[in-house]
Design a binder for this molecule. Structure first.
Ligand code: AGP
Length: 371
């Protein structure tokens, strides 16, 4: 009913606007005054976590994109090799896991059959499993050694939104926790990142107040048959997730690419006026930002209409943006928390304009409990 949706037209839109609070709830009680990360239900001893020599993240759909972001963060902070695998592929290829492998199963519902089967397989090989999950007492956390609950509150819309943001936060917390246990981050790095994370609910609130431009863009694009999304580094999973949202909700062809792959094929798709969304990393000391700026020039030179998500005062990229969506300044690894929000709203609005049922897209179920 309308009352349950608190005045919003869709649960999905309500859940997008709930993200600041959801993120705050994921963070709640997880960082001590003395500067130690606390994951009370992790239930895997520090001595064991010190012996872990490989991390495998297992998930489906949106949760797997959170896993891709986790790989960048966890490897950078802990120096433990981390791979990400779609749950539906994992157990059918005789994967190498054992007692020194930490499997991280990400699932909003905690009931996804593919993910559940994958963790059962991993535990048979004596791997330790920690679940990142939003549903208390669901099957996946019950069958795992430990759990990090995201506490986002129920997610009703079939398209995951606050589920995704809070999975990202839980992955960051896990990465920083492992870094603390293993002593791989120095100086005030954990403190600095936690301060940024704790600022995130306010930052998101500010962003959500200013999304008119994105809503307008959806009405301009409502007749478009195809949209591309590009990103590099953690912007790449954001591109994949932005594309998935459009497929699920607006039923239009949407594809996410790693921007560096353009020349290896996808650039052949670019034609006049094709909308291309590009996630631009913050301007840092590395070359990443400039590489993406040149990728934008490449697609624009071939006629693409570029919608650029970049730091709000990024004047190096603004000349190549047909539309510039400003993002608040934040560390590169945390940027997905912000960059995905306009893409969620864009998909929600476009589907609304096309008259689709946003909360219950055709052919989809909220949790996929059969293989
Ligand atoms: C997200 O918008 C999708 N509906 C879907 O990809 C979902 O993320 C996937 O099925 C995994 O679900 P889970 O997190 O409940 O395991």
């Amino acid at each position: 009913s309308a009352a349950e949706k608190a005045g919003y037209d869709w649960f999905m839109r309500k859940e997008i606007y709930e993200q600041p609070e959801a993120v705050a709830n994921t963070l709640l009680g997880r960082y001590d005054v003395d500067g130690a990360l606390r994951l009370d239900q992790m239930s895997i001893a520090a001595s064991e976590l010190k012996r872990i020599d490989k991390i495998v993240v297992i998930a489906c759909g949106t949760a797997s994109y959170a896993g891709l972001v986790a790989k960048y963060a966890i490897e950078h902070w802990t120096r433990i090799p981390c791979e990400v695998e779609l749950a539906s592929e994992f157990r059918y290829r005789d994967p190498i896991v054992g007692p020194t492998t930490l499997v991280v199963a990400i699932s909003q519902s905690g009931e996804t059959a593919d993910t559940l089967m994958a963790i059962r397989h991993a535990r048979e090989q004596r791997a330790r499993v920690v679940a990142i999950c939003n549903t208390n007492g669901s099957t996946i956390p019950r069958e795992s050694d430990g759990v990090i609950y995201t506490h986002a509150g129920p997610e009703i819309g079939v398209a995951s939104t606050k589920g995704f943001l809070t999975q990202l936060v839980a992955c960051y917390l896990l990465g920083l926790y492992l870094a603390q246990v293993r002593g791989t981050l120095f100086g005030d790095e954990v403190e600095r990142l936690m301060a940024e994370l704790e600022q995130m609910p306010d930052t998101l609130r500010g962003m959500l107040e200013n999304q008119d431009q994105v809503l307008k863009l959806a009405s301009d694009f409502s007749d478009n048959p195809s949209v591309l999304f590009l990103g590099r580094h953690v912007g790449y999973p954001v591109a994949l997730e932005g594309a998935l949202k459009l497929k699920e909700l607006a039923y239009i062809h949407a594809e996410g690419f790693a921007a560096g792959e353009l020349k290896h094929g996808p650039i052949a798709l670019i034609e006049d006026r094709l909308p291309v969304f590009v996630v631009v990393p913050p301007r840092g000391r590395d070359l990443l930002h400039d590489k993406v700026v040149s990728n934008i020039q490449e697609v624009r030179a071939r006629g693409a209409f570029t919608v650029v998500l970049a730091e709000e005062d990024d004047d190096e990229v603004s000349p190549y943006a047909d539309v510039l969506i400003g993002l608040p300044k934040v560390s590169t690894l945390l940027q997905p928390l912000l960059a995905i929000v306009p893409l969620q709203l864009f998909a929600c609005e476009l589907a609304t304009l096309k008259g689709h049922d946003v909360d219950q897209p055709r052919n989809l179920a909220k949790s996929v409990t059969v293989e």
